[in-house]
Design a protein around this ligand. Structure first.
Ligand SMILES: Nc1nc2c(ncn2[C@@H]2O[C@H](COP(=O)(O)OP(=O)(O)O)[C@@H](O)[C@H]2O)c(=O)[nH]1
Ligand SMILES: [Mg+2]
Ligand SMILES: [Zn+2]
Length: 240
């Protein structure tokens, strides 16, 4: 069993590495949204897209076991979305995202958003080639979820604490939830948001914009390094 698992994961990592190289070569910023079902991934994506789509080209991959409901919700915003149905599967993998890239053909310097299958367990183990996993925890799920599903909160670089508009009606302790998440991952960046009221969304959008800018700078750096290498080679040839 362990051997099979290792084989599957190492094959997946190969696909993921290819995806990441492609993203980096094109200045595309890729995020993988992971959470339990119903924490608000699709709602957050719709609101995020509505705020960014006039300035940034965006493509979306939607993962669910069945239905294309979420892709339809995304397409209603006017951006391209591809639905992947995993059937019995409970996560997206690197190969699926590679196929989606071929279909969607994202523009250079665009934003690529992946909504993973709602599941706090195995999407943590599957690299899709994204730059960051973004874990969504909603305030109706309990403060202890980062402790119960530590792999996911360790694999993520960002946590969106969603549905904060409901806090006045609940006994949820947002500080405790954040502390629990930081216990498993001290470097976690946390944004408290509400997809429905819009609170906290500015900071999340600013984080996306800066990640996208960094991708552009990295790509420019790659181009410069290549140009320098070509100059060096030409210089060497000229001396022969
Ligand atoms: N009160 C509140 N409800 C939300 C918020 N975000 C999402 N929801 C609701 O939570 C439910 C599940 O949202 P959805 O985006 O489909 O979650 P997903 O399964 O993670 O994609 C829907 O009924 C949403 O309207 C929020 O910030 N506040
Ligand atoms: Mg969804
Ligand atoms: Zn799975």
């Amino acid at each position: 069993m362990v051997q099979i698992e290792q084989d599957i994961l190492s094959k997946n990592n190969g696909y993921a590495a290819t995806n990441r190289q492609w993203f980096d070569a094109h200045g595309v910023f890729a995020l993988n949204l992971v959470s339990s079902p119903g924490s608000g991934k699709t709602t957050l994506l719709v609101k995020t897209i509505a705020r960014l789509k006039d300035q940034i080209a965006i493509n979306v991959v939607e993962g669910d076991q069945q239905t294309s409901n979420d892709a339809e919700r995304i397409r209603a915003t006017g951006v391209a979305a591809l639905q992947i149905n995993t059937g019995k599967g409970c996560h997206l993998d690197g190969h699926m995202v590679g196929m989606a890239l071929q279909r969607l053909q994202p523009a250079d310097d665009s934003l690529f958003l992946i909504e993973n299958v709602g599941n706090l367990v195995c999407p943590a183990a599957f690299d899709l080639g994204e730059h960051h996993k973004v874990a969504i925890l909603s305030v109706t799920e309990g403060e202890d979820k980062p402790l119960k599903y530590p792999d996911m909160f360790r694999a993520a670089d960002v946590m969106l604490l969603n549905k904060c508009d409901l806090l006045p009606h609940l006994e949820f302790d947002a500080n405790l939830a954040e502390a629990n998440a930081r216990r498993v991952n001290p470097k976690l960046v946390v944004f408290r948001v509400s997809a429905t009221s819009g609170e906290g969304m500015d900071a999340w959008l600013a984080w996306i914009r800066s990640g996208l800018k960094l991708q552009g700078v990295k790509r420019a750096g790659q181009v410069e390094a290549l140009q320098r290498r070509v100059q060096e080679l030409e210089h060497q040839l000229a001396q022969k």
